[in-house]
Design a protein around this ligand. Structure first.
Ligand SMILES: [Zn+2]
Length: 108
């Protein structure tokens, strides 16, 4: 079965993994970018938890050790910021992977 580009219907060869060699369409999102989006969603979730108060997500329910819970509460803003930053970093890496594949496809 021959795969075709969803945008220009060009036939795709085996090595056209990320982008269509004819029109540069992004065929699939790199895993690293998906993980990045996941981290940004986690950051969003943490931000919501931060706004509602750490008690709302059951940090003090005893599910995790109290010391760790207190540490998380104390550094909540930092956790939110780093989850966002990490997510954005991974998404940027994913975008770079696609961009590099696109450049190579155009050169080749
Ligand atoms: Zn195409």
């Amino acid at each position: 079965m021959i795969e075709r580009c969803p945008r220009c219907y060009a036939e795709l060869s085996e090595d056209a993994t990320w982008v269509c060699p004819t029109c540069g369409y992004t065929l699939r999102t790199p895993m690293v970018a998906k993980v990045g989006i996941l981290f940004m969603l986690l950051g969003l979730f943490l931000l919501g938890a931060y706004v509602m108060g750490p008690d709302a997500i059951g940090l003090m329910s005893g599910a995790i050790p109290t010391d760790l819970a207190e540490l998380m509460v104390a550094n909540f803003a930092l956790m939110v910021a780093s989850a966002f930053a990490f997510g954005m970093f991974l998404t940027a890496v994913g975008a770079l992977v696609v961009r590099r594949a696109r450049t190579q496809a155009i050169v080749a």
